[in-house]
Design a protein around this ligand. Structure first.
Ligand SMILES: NC(=O)c1ccc[n+]([C@@H]2O[C@H](COP(=O)([O-])OP(=O)(O)OC[C@H]3O[C@@H](n4cnc5c(N)ncnc54)[C@H](OP(=O)(O)O)[C@@H]3O)[C@@H](O)[C@H]2O)c1
Length: 287
């Protein structure tokens, strides 16, 4: 039996990326209140310190939150983060791949398109490096925050576009591809490691009022605020559901509104998932 359902049992350790703000912050707060020891992995200690403090104060436990330096846009930094985590000697009961960038243009330190490199490849590498630790706990979980925006990746993944700078005007196409990659990754992770007891889920959190599109040009910001947006508390619910309640029978599935949903055709393609996995291994193996 895994440790997470019902949580408090042994103060399970959960690593979450991008928890200094938005959906990740609320997710971390909630899980810490339930008894988890949260590791908040992010690139900015100053922006994360208030959340670490907030969690420690709310729970009255110093071990309820700690910061781990991690820049997902740099594969060296990802390895350093995994090594630093291992050096603490803690178990790892769940990994929440939550961080994400949208609407920013550029390339990661190793030359991958910024959204793909950060949202997919950084998390792929982190998960692979932490896998031996995850597998030590039966029914440990990897929960990957994807998006309904994956439906906008109409052509699936164009491999050549992944190793160049963001081309589309607002970065929406590249964001969609990165979120498609999140879903493919989560399902392939389950296919490869279910027999070892690992659980893996992906999800759409809803359309949530956060800072996620802050890198889009200022004059385009209203475009991203037209629809009614839910709160980060509402946005955290499906992640929490996947961490706390999704069952082994649902391993590998994509969730929305706390229910399994069938994602788009490309996201349901096991051949594409395998190809992405194999390429991701090749891209990250030297780091
Ligand atoms: N908001 C929505 O409507 C919506 C809809 C569907 C899916 N999602 C997904 O939900 C997840 C959480 O997003 P959010 O809405 O809560 O956005 P957010 O408030 O902008 O939070 C994003 C988090 O990701 C972190 N991050 C970005 N680049 C990083 C990097 N290179 N290395 C490490 N951390 C990095 C940010 O850290 P910094 O503060 O350092 O930038 C921040 O903590 C994302 O995966 C997003 O794609 C959001």
């Amino acid at each position: 039996m895994g440790v997470l359902p019902g949580i408090d049992a042994a103060h399970p350790v959960i690593l979450i990326t991008g928890a200094n703000t938005g959906i990740g912050r609320i997710t971390a707060l909630h899980l810490a209140k339930l008894g988890a020891c949260m590791v908040l992995a992010g690139r900015d200690p100053q922006r994360t310190a208030p959340v670490v403090q907030e969690i420690q104060t709310l729970t009255g436990r110093a071990d309820a939150a700690r910061f781990l330096p991690l820049d997902l846009a740099d594969l060296h930094s990802v390895r350093q983060a995994a090594q630093a985590f291992e050096a603490w000697g803690l178990p790892l009961h769940a990994l929440i791949n939550n961080a994400g960038v949208a609407g920013a243009k550029g390339q990661t330190r190793q030359g991958f398109e910024l959204a793909f490199g950060t949202n997919h490849l950084g998390h792929f590498h982190l998960t692979q490096l932490l896998l031996p630790l995850l597998l030590k706990t039966p029914q440990s979980r990897v929960v990957t925050v994807a998006s309904r925006a994956h439906l906008a990746a109409l052509n699936g993944i164009t491999w050549e576009s992944l190793e160049q700078v963001t081309r589309s005007r607002f970065g929406i196409t590249e964001y969609a591809v990165s979120k498609l990659a999140n879903i493919l990754f989560a399902s392939e992770l389950a296919r490869r490691h279910a027999s070892q007891g690992l659980l893996s889920y992906s999800l759409h959190p809803g359309v949530i009022k956060t800072e996620v599109w802050r890198h889009a040009p200022w004059w385009a910001q209203p475009l991203f605020a037209l629809r009614r947006m839910k709160t980060p508390l509402e946005g955290a619910q499906t992640t929490l559901h996947c961490v706390l309640h999704a069952s082994p029978e649902q391993n590998g599935l994509y969730f929305s509104n706390c229910q399994p949903r069938t994602p788009g055709d490309h996201a349901s393609n096991p051949l594409l998932a395998r190809q992405l996995w194999e390429r991701s291994v090749a891209w990250t193996k030297d780091f």
